[in-house]
Ligand binder design. Structure first.
Ligand SMILES: O=C(O)[C@H](O)[C@@H](O)[C@H](O)[C@H](O)COP(=O)(O)O
Length: 298
């Protein structure tokens, strides 16, 4: 199949290679001309404008977006609307909010244009050699594209999740789970690190990856990280986040679902961005006031 691919960053570039490895023809565009030049060397047709991308695709165009979530997605869709025809399909493979995807689906459907929301997991390596994809949208729009999603995904790693928005919704919840699992692994290693035992963290992670209940890809990545830096001395413990844990928590609150692990995992990420907090000062001062407990002076 011919696919127009917009966004040749770490994930997009590898997905393009993955698509081509499976015999698909890709026209790739990115605002960064260096990435366009690089994708040409991989055998894709690289173009320097959305218009060129569109012109170089056969009718019933498939336009795959792999760009940062938020207003940029609306912006690119608006630019594409200058050319798009009924029968074209937009796939949003990024980490968009599912409510935005439902809105975009309705908006494009009114114009006869299909919209699929594709949650893409598995990181950069998965994008290259077998992703995990969860895709929502109308059945008649997904039908001709089932094979493409199967091609780029690992065996059994593709699911048509149903109505528009359900792909990104499923991916959002996946990421909420991801926050909790990562936080739990990290806390466990901090207990090991603070203990009286001189443990080799890489060796522990490796052993846990062989036969233990908690063996997992995340534990394998933990092992990899410790193999590169035995005590993680070269990095700071700042945990950034791009929004999906927050959205999972907001959704859980709306639904009345208690999700303490995901909530605290998110809050710990925010806390990690602060060196010292005023909250901490207030609590320390109060303990000192009522109990005479020591405070640490600056
Ligand atoms: O499933 C995946 O492959 C990851 O979840 C991927 O989508 C990305 O690494 C996260 O979006 C990072 O999310 P945070 O920045 O919120 O940690």
């Amino acid at each position: 199949m011919h696919i127009g691919f917009i966004g040749l960053g770490k994930m997009g570039f590898n997905l393009v290679k993955n698509l081509m490895d499976h015999g698909h023809t890709v026209v790739g565009y990115d605002i960064n001309e260096t990435l366009v030049a690089e994708v040409r060397t991989e055998g894709a047709q690289g173009v320097n404008s959305l218009e060129d991308l569109y012109k170089n695709l056969p009718e019933k165009r498939v336009l795959w977006l792999m760009i940062p979530a938020g207003p940029l997605v609306d912006n690119v869709i608006e630019q594409l609307l200058a050319f798009m025809q009924p029968g074209d399909v937009v796939i949003d493979g990024g980490n968009s909010h599912y409510k935005d995807s439902i809105r975009r689906h309705t908006y494009l459907k009114e114009k006869g244009i299909g919209f699929l929301d594709c949650g893409t997991s598995g990181g950069i390596s998965g994008a290259l050699s077998g992703a995990c994809t969860m895709v929502g949208g109308d059945p008649d729009v997904i039908e001709p594209l089932n094979g493409v999603f199967q091609d780029i995904s690992v065996k059994d790693g593709y699911l048509y999740t149903g109505a528009a928005g359900s792909g990104h919704f499923t991916k959002m919840v996946h990421n909420g789970i991801e926050y909790g699992m990562m936080q739990s692994i990290a806390e466990g290693f901090e207990v090991l690190q603070k203990s009286q035992f001189d443990l080799d963290f890489e060796a522990v992670a490796k052993m846990w990856n062989h036969g233990s209940v908690i063996r997992s890809w995340l534990m394998e990545l933990t092992e990899d990280a410790f193999s590169k830096d035995a005590k993680l001395e070269s990095i700071k413990g700042k945990m950034f986040s791009s929004g999906e844990g927050k959205w999972t928590l907001e959704t859980a609150l709306d639904l009345g679902v208690p999700t303490p692990v995901i909530a605290l995992s998110l809050i710990m990420r925010y806390r990690s961005l602060q060196d010292d907090t005023f909250t901490g000062k207030v609590v320390a001062a109060l303990r000192n006031e009522f109990g005479g407990h020591a405070v640490e002076k600056k």
